[in-house]
Structures are given as structure tokens and as C-alpha cells.
Ligand binder design. Structure first.
Ligand SMILES: *Cc1c(COP(=O)(O)O)cnc(C)c1O
Length: 371
């Protein structure tokens, strides 16, 4: 059989290797010079005043929610069509994620549904830029609530007014797991305009230590959400090649669009519209109604093609059903999309031949032919 095509694959080269070696040889593996250097370079890339590096996107979401005042008993309006981390981070503060249905085209939270879900106890809105497509944050801003953006899938995305996703000033959280646009293995970053929020996050990621105090005085509860200098060094090397990696993803997305265009009933990611630009993260399609998505995944695997149901609706996960009594039919747009979505192999160095093989195999499977 021909080589298997993975779902994702990071771009790692000599630059990453050399920077990691430099850190290892320096003897300062954490809280060294790489941390502020990575933060400053990342903030500059997004044209935002501040950035705080953290150990994961999830950790960043937790600290950002705390920083805007989410606590016990509060509600946070968010999307049920997301990676579970965005809702879990709300639960860490014993607050409640209140879901609002998504737009069937952009797959992001529908601002009207968010407005309807917001109430007296709403402490924050948590839009997710799903699959790298900018959520309508300007519309959410008009609701007059604190906003935290889950931008973990959206590095490189741009709002209609030309502002980078993550550059509007609200705390915005990026993730650097190995399948993201930029990776440090594990890691994350919170961008923000307000310096006091940056200071609070910097303190809470480090056990609540005040920046001007010694190691032993801690004036608030904190966590260990630090990102090591080794990871930050990888991040700096990745930032230097970010434009090329994003361009690689855009190229593969265009190849997919052409190769999949003829498959009847298949829904492709929405094209950029109204000045929005997607920061390509994954290539997710919705299979035609009537096709068994969960049988398609192993069928593709038999032909050496990795794929994944992506994403399941959060409110229908057993843990969330058990906590809040969610039922099928509550968020019909999300549920329809979640039941038909499948992520195809997608990474910057994917070849035209690999894209064609995926498209050819998927097309034949959907027509009921032997690939
Ligand atoms: C990747 C991701 C996160 C964060 O994931 P970590 O593994 O904690 O870095 C959060 N939200 C979304 C939507 C993601 O895709």
C-alpha cells in the first residue's frame, strides 16, 4: 500500500533544533530570556500591546476567564461547536457555560443567539474562531459584556476591519499543540491590550507570585501554567517561519477546493467573505446527508488516509449531558453540522498528489464505488 497520509504534521527544521540546543546549553531552561522574547515577538506579529505565554491553550482560557471576572455561579455564553477545552475552562471556575447555536455558514456562534442567551448572570462572552474563521466579534462587542476570544485555531486570521484575530484588545487565547498553525509541542499565549490583565495572568500562571516580590511571597492564588524556555525557543523559530507555514496551508486548502469541487452534496469550508480572512487550521467538510460519517472514517483509514469526526457537539457529550441535562434538538444547527463533519489530512507540506488521493478516495466512497 502507498504511504499513509496523516491528519496533521508539524513543520520542524534546523532552526528549531538549533534554538533548543542553545537553551539546553545555556543552563536556563525556564523563566529565562526566551519567555519575554517569544511574548514580545508574538505581540508584535499581532500588533497587540501584550502577550503572556502559558503552558497550553486551555490554561490560557482559564486565566483569561478569571482575569475578566468569571467566578463561582457566573454564566459564560459560548459555542457548543468547539473543542471541549473552551467549555471546560468555564467549569474550572465553577461557572456555567451557556451555549448559543452557531451560524450554519461560518460555524461560529450566531450573535443573535448569543444576545438571546445573555442574561443577568452573564459574566463574559466566549466566542471561538472555529477552524480559523473569524467569529463576528464586532457584533458581540455591541452586547456590552466582557469578551474572551478562543483563538486557539485562528492564528493568521483577520477581521473585516483588517485587525488580526487576537488583536482587538480583549484577552484572546492561542494554542500551540502540535497540530496548530504554530507549535511548541504544548503551549499557549494570551494576547491583550490591558497591561493590568497581562500582569494578573503573569502572576497567576506562576503560583500567584507578584512580579516585584521574591520567590516566597504570593499574594493571590495561582497555578503552574508556565511555558518553559525550551518551548519558547521553539516558538520563536516557528514565528520566523509562520508566514510560509500559513501560505502552505492556504495552498493546500485551494488544492482541496478544486479537487473536491465535483463531489455532489459535499459541503466545503465557507470562503472568505466581507473582508474576513481565515487562518487555515484544518480542512473540515460536511458529508452529504444520508452518508454514514462514522463508517467513512475507517473506510478512509483502510486506504491509508487519516480522518476524524470533528467536532462533536459539546452539549451532547455524556459529561455535559450529566451536568446540565442537555438534550438532542437544543442547538439544531450545531448538531446537524457536528453529525456530518469530518476533518481531512491537512498540513503545510501536503503535496498535490496527496490531496488528489484523498479527494479521489473520498469521492469514490461517497458514490458507493470501490476506491
Ligand atoms: C486547540 C484548542 C484549544 C486549546 O488546546 P490545548 O491543547 O490546551 O492547547 C482550545 N480551544 C480550541 C477551539 C482548540 O482547537
Amino acid at each position: 500500500m502507498t504511504d499513509a497520509i496523516p491528519l496533521a504534521r508539524p513543520v520542524i527544521g534546523r532552526a528549531e533544533e538549533e534554538r533548543v540546543l542553545d537553551v539546553l546549553r545555556s543552563g536556563q531552561l525556564s523563566l529565562g530570556p526566551q519567555l519575554p522574547a517569544f511574548e514580545r515577538a508574538f505581540a508584535a506579529r499581532l500588533k497587540v500591546p501584550h502577550a503572556s505565554a502559558v503552558s497550553s491553550g486551555t490554561a490560557g482560557l482559564h486565566l483569561a476567564l478569571r482575569a475578566v471576572g468569571v467566578s463561582d455561579g457566573a454564566e459564560v455564553v459560548t459555542s457548543p461547536f468547539s473543542f471541549v477545552a473552551s467549555a471546560n475552562a468555564v467549569l474550572y471556575e465553577r461557572a456555567r457555560p451557556v451555549f448559543a447555536d452557531i451560524d450554519p455558514v461560518t460555524l461560529n456562534i450566531d450573535p443573535d443567539a448569543a444576545a438571546a442567551a445573555a442574561g443577568e448572570r452573564t459574566a463574559a462572552l466566549l466566542p471561538v474562531h472555529i477552524f480559523g474563521y473569524p467569529a463576528d466579534v464586532p457584533a458581540l462587542e455591541r452586547l456590552g459584556r466582557p469578551i474572551v476570544e478562543d483563538a486557539c485555531e485562528a492564528l493568521g486570521a483577520v477581521h473585516p476591519d483588517g485587525v488580526a484575530v487576537g488583536g482587538r484588545g480583549h484577552p484572546a487565547v492561542f494554542g500551540f499543540y502540535a497540530n496548530k498553525q504554530l507549535t511548541t509541542g504544548e503551549g499557549g499565549m494570551v494576547t491583550v491590550a490591558d497591561e493590568s490583565i497581562k500582569q494578573r495572568i503573569d502572576s497567576e500562571r506562576n503560583q500567584g507570585r507578584a512580579s516585584d516580590m521574591g520567590w516566597l511571597d504570593h499574594d493571590r492564588l495561582g497555578f503552574n501554567y508556565r511555558l518553559s524556555d525550551i518551548a519558547c525557543a521553539i516558538g520563536l523559530a516557528q514565528l520566523a517561519r509562520l508566514e510560509a507555514m500559513l501560505a502552505g496551508r492556504r495552498r493546500v486548502a485551494e488544492l482541496y477546493r478544486e479537487a473536491l469541487a465535483g463531489i455532489e452534496g459535499l459541503e466545503l469550508p465557507c470562503p472568505d467573505e466581507g473582508g474576513r480572512r481565515r487562518g487555515w487550521f484544518v480542512f473540515v467538510v460536511q458529508l452529504p446527508r444520508g452518508i454514514d460519517r462514522d463508517a467513512t472514517v475507517p473506510a478512509l483509514a483502510q486506504h491509508g488516509i487519516q480522518s476524524k469526526p470533528y467536532l462533536p457537539a459539546i452539549h451532547l457529550m455524556s459529561f455535559y449531558r450529566g451536568l446540565f441535562g442537555h438534550r438532542e434538538g437544543e442547538f439544531p444547527v450545531c448538531e446537524d453540522i457536528a453529525a456530518r463533519s469530518i476533518a481531512l489530512p491537512f498540513f503545510p507540506e501536503m503535496s498535490e498528489g496527496q490531496v488528489e488521493r484523498v479527494a479521489h478516495t473520498l469521492g469514490r466512497l461517497l458514490r458507493g464505488e470501490q476506491p
